[in-house]
Design a protein around this ligand. Structure first.
Ligand code: UT7
Length: 334
């Protein structure tokens, strides 16, 4: 029997504070009806003034470790996918390692925006197959509310904060990670970006909804152009990953997509000919949480008790860059 990368623990965390469409419509010129109809979003979670991305990551990681029946001492490497690090440096992963009480093992961030978790899973799987690590804690965590321009109705309605995590283990046994495909095309980079450096956030300081603070990044997006390319590239990448690993659309039991817009999700589900109810939808509850989105969707599905051992999951994401990709997993966690 050969070694495979298995998911042995799953966790997620959404901050307590909820910002509804109704409340947002008192801040910018929008309506609950427009947001629901064009995006499927009803609310988003916003982190507290004294929380940072690392705090959200820690909560998700604790749940994943607990779920795996492991502690931080059992971990060989820690990766945080984030677009909204606590600071420019050190990495958020090193802060998370410290806050979890770990020491010594490697910890680093990766940045592929909304595709960060899909990229990270592929990276961790490759390193684990190569024998470098036995157990990896892979987290996607974001405080998007800190880089959103709260005066821009085109973008501020779309994003939220949160974190999701998995514990990966390299061991013998059926199933686990089947494989991944990743892509990037930097010629699209200006269609979705935050040009300025994220300036971090001082604990205790109120979220600057005015966006007057110098250095605060603000998301700029050509929404419908992003939408068009996202639908097309996601349609291609789900076909590509299935072809690469010799599977059919009908072999996929669960589609676990990046949660950006219900209309993008539905387009991919249609392309996949997924039966109703076989695609995870969480965008309504927490909007686009960037790199936290895919692990939060996975956590949602897992906590529902819906995934059976041996079932095939297809994870996919599309992000600024543009960077996109997909992972195939045969579920091996009982
Ligand atoms: O995470 C990966 C990357 N992100 C995405 O995948 C997001 C991709 N894009 C989208 O999800 C959609 O393009 C949006 C939800 C951002 C916009 O939906 P759309 O159907 O593409 O609308 P649009 O940009 O074509 O705008 C239609 C109208 C415009 O008004 P006019 O120019 O037609 O008068 C906008 O100004 O809707 C207006 N609009 C709004 N109206 C009310 C834009 N945002 C809002 C808003 N409330 N919040």
């Amino acid at each position: 029997m050969s070694l495979h990368t298995h998911i042995v623990g799953v966790g997620g965390y959404l901050p307590e504070r909820i910002l509804s469409n109704e409340t947002l419509s008192t801040m910018v010129d929008t309506t609950d009806a427009w947001i629901r109809e064009r995006t499927g979003i009803t609310q988003r979670h916003i982190l507290a003034h004294d929380q940072q991305t690392s705090d959200l990551a820690v909560e998700a990681a604790k749940q994943a470790l607990d779920d795996a029946g492991l502690t931080i001492d059992d971990i060989d490497a820690l990766i945080v996918a984030t677009t909204t690090p606590d600071m420019v440096f050190p990495s958020t992963a090193s802060v998370v390692q410290y806050k979890l009480g770990g020491k010594g093992f490697p910890a680093w961030d990766i940045q592929a925006v909304c595709s960060g978790f899909v990229y990270g899973l592929a990276q961790a799987d490759g390193m684990m197959r190569g024998g470098m690590f036995q157990r990896v804690l892979m987290i996607g965590a974001e405080s998007m509310s800190r880089i959103v321009d709260w005066k821009d109705r085109n973008t501020c309605v779309l994003f939220g904060d949160g974190a999701g995590a998995v514990v990966l283990e390299n061991r013998e046994g059926e199933g686990g990670m089947i494989g991944s495909v990743l892509h990037c095309d930097g010629s699209y980079r200006q269609l979705l970006m935050a040009e300025h450096q994220h300036n971090g956030h001082e604990p205790g300081k109120a979220i600057d909804f005015s966006m007057d603070a110098a250095g605060v990044a603000a998301i700029e997006m050509k929404g419908n152009e992003v939408f068009r390319v996202a639908v097309s590239k996601l349609g291609e990448v789900v076909g590509e990953v299935l072809d690469k690993y010799g599977l059919q659309k009908s072999d996929v039991d669960w589609l676990v997509p990046h949660q950006a817009n219900i209309r993008i999700l539905n387009a991919t589900a249609k392309k996949m000919k997924m039966e109703a109810g076989r695609m995870v939808i969480t965008v309504d509850q927490h909007a686009n949480t960037s790199s936290a989105s895919v692990p939060l969707a996975l956590n949602h599905l897992y906590r529902q008790g819906s995934i059976q051992t041996g079932q095939i999951l297809l994870l996919e994401a599309f992000a600024s860059g543009f960077a996109w990709g997909a992972n195939l997993i045969r579920w091996s966690k009982s």
